[in-house]
Design a protein around this ligand. Structure first.
Ligand code: SME
Length: 172
């Protein structure tokens, strides 16, 4: 039996690597073209939601200035409307990411007691804090209709986006 590889076989891993690379390049272009962090956040939500098939809801929550107790407030987003426009730090996966300053990846939201339901279709979620001047100032939240949608490459991409926003905020 011939052992040569089938030239028509689709190399899914290669296509996926190219996709991450293309999206990262597009994010870099957005970041250098954006005049403000707000513009960059809007562009990121649009690009990730359109280009990444499993990123069904993409949005930023930002910490309200001077609020006591601290409050996450919904900013730019793409996807279905959410009832969670304001989230205290002791609630939700969003609150957990902002209060710990750590990325939270949840493969099955229905098994996570912290989860605040946004859409019945959501199966998995990633929330990445945005830092500026060493402090958490907000976060990038992505929901997927697919279970365990966020692997290591997704995490790197979303953390990269959050870092770029943080850098823009520091410059403002
Ligand atoms: N699921 C989030 C709430 C925000 S919606 O996903 C848009 C949470 O558990 O904090």
């Amino acid at each position: 039996m011939a052992t040569t590889s089938n030239p028509t076989k689709i190399d899914a891993a290669k296509i996926s690597a190219t996709k991450f690379n293309d999206v990262r390049n597009a994010i870099d272009r957005l970041s250098s073209d954006a005049r403000t962090a707000d513009q960059l956040m809007e562009g990121i939500t649009e690009l990730l939601n359109e280009q990444m098939l499993k990123y069904n809801w993409v949005g930023f929550y930002m910490l309200e200035a001077g609020a006591n107790p601290p409050m996450l407030v919904l900013g730019h987003y793409r996807g279905a409307m959410t009832p969670h426009v304001r989230i205290p730090l002791n609630q939700g996966i969003c609150g957990a990411a902002a209060s710990s300053g750590k990325t939270v990846v949840v493969d099955d939201v229905h098994k996570d007691a912290r989860y605040l339901a946004c859409s019945l279709e959501t199966k998995s979620e990633i929330v990445v804090p945005v830092f500026a001047g060493g402090n958490v100032v907000g976060e990038l939240d992505i929901d997927s209709h697919f279970p365990a949608a966020f692997g290591a490459e997704d995490r790197k991409l979303v953390e990269y986006c959050a870092q770029l926003v943080g850098k823009h905020l520091e410059r403002a």
